[in-house]
Design a protein around this ligand. Structure first.
Ligand SMILES: Cc1ncc(COP(=O)(O)O)c(C=O)c1O
Length: 475
């Protein structure tokens, strides 16, 4: 169990109880648990306390807890009260393809930099389901995306000062499908593509699959090497440059406006089209002004966006924002890959983007807390590791005092923790001194992970030549 909650807080979350009261209370509690507003493993208030806080009889609350248990949203053990859970258990949320030992429930996976569903997501699905019947009357193909979602996405850019029409938006099955469509549209076999190093490896795989010869430009923990980027652009004159200026994965870096200007000018000189991946852009965790979107500096840029990081990876909805004169070309490329994203999920995202938490404030608040906790615990326990606390994004990019990341990953895996060594993010190899540590898990898990990192690091002797585990990395 992960703690208790003041009864007044539960009462205010429950609010008005629909009648019949026992069922109404059970269904309010179930939806709060499903929405992540009441965390899993939480001890619910005693029946007597909740009854008095809600002005209900104790029998009503007892019956409500009974309904909740039957539906799988609560468990009870003699003497330890009633605690929250989800039907089927959280193990259903784990993917067997990604875990070396899927049946080892204690195995903690920090290889995936993607948060759990944003609070309120289950309700957003319920609302989308209610809106679905109108769409069932048609054939269900919306290869460019639902008009209302395209408008909601365009409005987001306009709010950030970048004029955008819905016609410039193409909804895709996640940001990764958007990258694949852009690569398909822009590249011919043998064309050069500039990428940062370290970089998100699945994007590089998409570029290579479209025939690109990849040229890298270094991003070190303190920032982009723009001199090197300019030199590479001049020498290689690449057809495209894949860039992650907003909370770069894996370094977490944010490119300043002046740097964006300078890079945009260099891209223009070589007529290189930027594919700008903004899939982390909404995860600004610190206050302060945000730089303008890269496309405001570089009007020919094709921008990739997504909902996986601010809301949930399971939505599988992303998008492209393209210059108006490129929409046809990108649409054609996209049709060879898939025929549109699922309607229900597009409705969910439309609801989220037009709802009260459109800026994912709750998700950001959770991530901020987790980032600060992980950064603090690492500084305390492993002071020889170096990292910069990023102002947004999902991970800490940690430099070890020696090139032992692969050995550390193996040592951690033996102890029940999966982490990704830096070489996975290096298209040319190297980066053996780095590990990426996402702060996407709850705080208790992160503290347990730091325990393991600390003991694994101490246990490392001369095994740092070990080869790294081969694993699928998705986020
Ligand atoms: C930089 C970057 N781009 C794209 C993706 C893929 O996102 P999606 O889940 O929207 O396909 C990820 C996932 O981690 C990412 O980090």
């Amino acid at each position: 169990m992960s703690g208790s909650i003041p009864v007044g807080r539960v009462a205010s979350l429950v609010g008005e109880v629909p009648s019949p009261a026992f069922n109404g209370l059970a269904s309010r509690l179930a939806s709060l648990i499903a929405d992540g507003l009441l965390p899993l493993g939480l001890r619910l208030p005693s029946e007597r306390d909740l009854a008095s806080a809600l002005g209900l009889s104790r029998t009503t609350v007892t019956r409500a807890y009974g309904v909740l248990r039957e539906a799988g949203y609560a468990g009870a053990r003699q003497g330890s009260g009633t605690w929250t859970q989800v039907p089927g258990g959280p193990a259903r949320g784990r993917d067997r393809a990604l875990l070396p030992q899927p049946d080892r429930p204690s195995l903690m996976d920090l290889t995936c930099a993607a948060p759990s569903g944003t609070p309120g997501l289950a309700s957003a699905y319920a609302a989308a389901q209610a809106a679905l019947p109108a769409y069932l009357t048609g054939h269900g193909y919306f290869p460019l995306g639902l008009p209302e979602l395209r408008e909601a996405i365009a409005a987001r850019y306009r709010r950030r000062g970048l004029p955008t029409t819905p016609e410039q938006i193409l909804v895709t099955s996640g940001a990764i499908a958007a990258i694949a469509a852009a690569a398909q549209a822009l590249l011919d076999p043998g064309d050069r593509a500039l990428v940062e190093s370290p970089v998100y490896p699945n994007a590089v795989a998409s570029l290579r699959r479209a025939g690109a010869r990849v040229v890298t430009v270094p991003v070190d923990p303190d920032g982009w090497d723009l001199d090197a980027a300019q030199a590479s652009l001049r020498q290689a004159a690449p057809r495209v440059a894949y860039l992650i200026p907003d909370y770069q994965n894996p370094t977490g870096l944010l490119m300043e406006d002046a740097e964006r200007d300078r890079l945009a000018a260099a891209l223009a000189r070589t007529r290189t089209t930027a594919i700008v991946d903004e899939s982390h852009a909404d995860l600004h965790l610190d206050s302060g002004p945000r730089p303008a979107p890269m496309a405001a500096h570089c009007p020919t840029a094709i921008t990739v966006g997504g909902s996986s990081k601010a809301f949930w990876g399971g939505l599988r909805v992303g998008w492209l924002r393209v210059p108006a004169n490129q929409a046809g070309r990108l649409t054609q490329a996209r049709l060879g890959l898939d025929l549109g994203a699922p309607i229900l999920e597009q409705l969910v995202l439309t609801g989220l983007l037009t709802g009260p938490d459109a800026s994912a404030g709750q998700q950001r608040q959770r991530l901020r807390l987790q980032r600060d906790l992980l950064a603090g615990a690492l500084s305390d326990r492993l002071p020889s590791w170096r990292f910069r606390t990023p102002s947004g994004g999902l991970s800490l990019w940690c430099e070890l005092p020696r090139p032992a990341a692969a050995a550390l990953a193996l040592e951690c895996e033996r102890r029940g923790l999966l982490i990704t060594p830096g070489s996975v993010f290096a298209p040319d190899g190297g980066l053996a001194s780095f590990v990426r540590l996402p702060y996407t898990r709850p705080t208790d898990d992160l503290l347990a992970a730091v325990d393991i990192l600390d003991t694994a690091w101490r246990a490392l002797d001369d095994r740092d030549t070990a080869s790294e585990p081969v694993r699928i990395l998705i986020a």
